[in-house]
Design a protein around this ligand. Structure first.
Ligand code: GLN
Ligand code: ZN
Length: 782
């Protein structure tokens, strides 16, 4: 059956008239150019459409992906890179590792069970979700137990291989490698290492690989990105064992072992012993590994050179890249080299052509997945036939690169001279925290156990509608502003009535905590359709930082002042921190990330000064992405933490002693970066702790956190309203580790995803909990 809406037969697509070196993508975006997968999933979940309709869309998306690659001249096309939700979850299902509570009793795993694992339902929670290496893609964490058994439970890799075959196309199936699968798994019963299950897992891999091989697959792509992590000797041994076992079972199947997101130089002793037919390197992220690997390769092995950035949206200077590639081809010969994206293009948007509104100058510096395939093909043709056959494409690429190097949009003298004149003093408050705390206490006169919230209040339907109406010009800017002022005023009044001590304006004017600032800064661009998958059906449109960042005007002062004008209580100024602004964007690749971060920090520093000058006494600089910036290799952590901390301090240290700086982080595992968090020297930090029942605070048994801290007492991820006793209990726990003067009382995170009907009673209870503690600690005046 040919999918609807796709009237092509692959072999009728324009064939290449020149030969090419093999060019491959390691995977392409699954979501569809118009986010078709999201619509199909949401329609299925809501009951509006059935499984057939969902599968039909999925089939059409796969066919379109294959056709697009084929049509653009990609010669090594992946299959099984598609997923309805997540490829790690697909692997968990494939090997039959479905935790008992999902009620699976063997046989094919139903869509309902699959989505229960992905999203949970009324009776079972979802699997845990975590970041895929250092990307913003999140995968569902496999949960294995000591007696885990595996069995081949899904034929997805084979089905999709045959599906492509039926369309006239030979593909290279992709599997998540067994070692990475186990490395990413968590153990469900105590401390056993999932890697110890390798022997039980391998037969399943052998079974599916045999099926693929029998069906005609000569090569498979085995993704083992765990090779760029710090692996212990047990895991290294498991790697050797796994690939020997696979090779013995299937001596004529060729495995392309793919690594990405870093260098495998530290692992070369192990990698050189693996009996694999090919090896893929991420030469965008770690170009320096090339020579080391070249000298360690066996004479028959194929090298896949990941030279087109699969993670970022920049166009490649192809002529410059060819210099490097021609050297490798000369050394290995044409039949041992493939040209590829550095990793799966899961992480980039589909097609730049869709961005009609993007600044045309910036646009010519970019490449989304379609443009990246064109780049791959150009390189493949040049290497096979010489540069002349693609001279136009090479010239255009060089022009764009040199234009970008010299553009005034990218390079700002004033920003650069500010960076040059930075001094260490600028990243230091004038006096130590202990002195500041006294002055702040005298100036702010806050209660003991002050109550506050993290910034946003519910983004109600009315708020969303007003924003959409304004964007579509259905209401005027005046009407929209009047509406926002009304919402803000109501929020301030309500907080006063509820007895919250430090108020927030509610962030009703913000669409997103990064976009709101990026849109007001120089050096940032935004796409209209540049969606990338964050997890499942949730996609984001990361801003693009293309040039030197500066702040043409104040960004938040008006709203902060308006809110402050309504009340005698302090209202917090609310900013997104430099590290988070960086982490959640596509970042320029022509200067180091830490330099970009410094520029953002300087822009924020100006905003902090303006807020202070306008009379705002407390300023919160959110850094929810601080921890996720940690490099994959622990040896690189300290360098990152040093610059990240110093950027935060650069943004926050211009203020008077009496101006109180807050920060906020919403995750609970920061025990291993406690020193850095203390070094940020925020006067107050609010953190997520309620879900872990304050376990995080155990770290303070050994480490005395010097400043003030608000361990979240209200889990905002749940619609549940916590009782007063629950919250006093949590605060009592916190008091075991912290002194009363240090403790703030606040929720885990912002409240934008909650409803007022939950938020109101929860915060009323929170204020009562703080009051209950005050009653214990504050002696009534005689
Ligand atoms: N101030 C932001 C809010 O309250 C913080 C969001 C976050 O931590 N992710 O929504
Ligand atoms: Zn948060």
């Amino acid at each position: 059956m040919r999918p609807l809406g796709l009237c092509f037969h692959l072999l009728e697509c324009k064939p290449m008239s020149f030969s090419s070196l093999p060019v491959s993508t390691l995977g392409v975006p699954r979501i569809g150019p118009h986010r078709e997968l999201k619509s199909a999933l949401e329609s299925y979940w809501s009951g509006a459409s059935d499984a057939d309709a969902l599968q039909k869309t999925a089939t059409a998306l796969r066919a379109a992906n294959w056709a697009r690659q084929y049509g653009l001249g990609v010669t090594v096309i992946p299959s099984n890179d598609f997923s309805l939700y997540d490829h790690v979850l697909d692997t968990t299902v494939m090997v039959g590792a479905i935790p008992e509570h999902y009620g699976w009793t063997g046989g094919k795993v139903s869509l309902d069970t699959y989505f229960a694992m992905a999203r949970g339902n009324a009776s079972v929670p979802a699997l845990e979700m975590t970041k895929w290496f250092d990307t913003n893609y999140h995968f569902m964490v496999p949960e294995l137990h000591r007696d885990q058994q595996f069995s081949l439970t899904s034929s997805k890799p084979l089905d999709e291989y045959l599906e492509a075959r039926a369309l006239g196309l030979e593909t290279r199936p992709v599997l998540l490698g067994p070692v990475t699968f186990l490395t990413l798994s968590k153990s469900r019963d105590g401390n056993f290492d999932p890697i110890s299950l390798i022997d039980r897992l391998l037969p399943v891999y052998i079974e599916i690989l045999s099926q693929l091989h029998d069906a005609g697959a000569e090569w498979v792509q085995m993704d083992e990105p765990c090779l760029v992590l710090d692996l212990d000797t047990v895991t290294k041994a498991a790697l050797r064992h796994a690939y020997y076992t696979l090779q013995q079972a299937l001596p004529s199947l060729n495995i392309m072992l793919t690594t990405y997101f870093g260098s495998i130089v530290d692992m070369l002793d192990t990698v050189r012993t693996l009996p694999v037919a090919g090896l893929h390197l991420d030469l965008v992220r770690a170009p320096e590994q090339l020579d080391h690997v070249l000298s360690a390769m066996h004479s028959h092995q194929v090298l896949s050179l990941g030279v087109i950035d699969g993670r970022n949206i920049w166009r490649t200077d192809l002529a410059a890249k060819l210099n490097q590639l021609e050297r490798v081809v000369a050394k290995l010969g044409k039949d041992r080299v493939q040209i590829a994206t550095s990793c799966s293009m899961l992480h980039v948007p589909v097609d730049l052509q869709a961005e009609a509104d993007l600044d045309s100058e910036v646009r010519q510096w970019l490449a989304f997945s379609v443009q990246k395939m064109e780049e791959l093909t150009t390189l493949g043709l040049a290497l096979a036939n010489g540069r002349d056959v693609v001279s136009h494409a090479l010239a255009a690429s060089s022009d764009a690169a040199s234009h970008r190097r010299s553009s005034r949009k990218v390079h700002s003298e004033s920003v650069q001279s500010r960076i040059v004149s930075l001094s260490p003093e600028m990243a230091k408050r004038q006096v130590p925290f202990s002195t500041r705390a006294q002055e702040q206490r005298a100036a702010l006169k806050l209660n003991l156990f002050p109550t506050t919230t993290i910034g946003s209040f519910p983004q109600t339907d009315a708020v969303r509608k007003a924003r959409a109406d304004h964007a579509k010009q259905r209401i005027s800017t005046e009407e929209y502003t009047a509406f926002l002022r009304q919402e803000t005023e109501q929020a301030i009044r309500w907080q006063e009535e509820t007895g919250i001590d430090v108020l927030v304006h509610g962030e009703f004017e913000r669409n997103d905590m990064v976009q709101y600032f990026g849109e007001q800064l120089n050096g940032y661009a935004f796409t209209t359709h540049g969606w990338v998958q964050s997890y499942g059906s949730r996609y984001v449109r990361p801003p693009i930082i293309f040039g030197d960042v500066s702040r043409p005007h104040a960004m938040t002062v008006d709203w902060a002042c308006y809110a402050q004008s309504l009340t005698e209580r302090p209202v917090k100024g609310m900013l997104t921190g430099p590290v988070t602004m960086l982490q959640w964007s596509f970042v320029r690749d022509d200067i180091p990330r830490e330099k970009v971060c410094q520029q953002i920090a300087l822009a924020l520093r100006d905003e902090v000064s303006d807020l202070e000058a306008a009379g705002i006494k407390i300023i919160q600089i959110d850094e929810p992405a601080f921890r996720e910036g940690l490099p994959l290799k622990t040896s690189e952590w300290q360098h990152y933490l040093d610059w990240a901390v110093s950027c935060f301090r650069l943004s926050s240290s211009s203020v008077r002693n009496t101006t109180q700086i807050h920060t906020h982080m919403c995750y609970s595992e920061f025990n291993d970066i406690m020193d850095a968090i203390a070094a940020m020297d925020a006067d107050v930090i609010s953190i997520e702790t309620s879900r872990s029942k304050m376990e995080l605070l155990d770290v303070f048994t050994d480490f005395r956190y010097p400043n003030e801290i608000g361990p979240g007492v209200y889990d905002i991820h749940s619609p549940r309203v916590p009782s007063v006793t629950e919250m006093t209990d949590l605060l009592q726990k916190a008091l075991r580790h912290l002194s009363p003067e240090q403790i703030w009382v606040n929720p885990d995170c912002g409240l934008k995803t909650r409803h007022w009907k939950e938020v109101r009673p929860a915060l009323v209870n929170m204020v009562s909990a703080a009051q209950a503690l005050r009653n214990i600690f504050v002696q009534p005046a005689e």
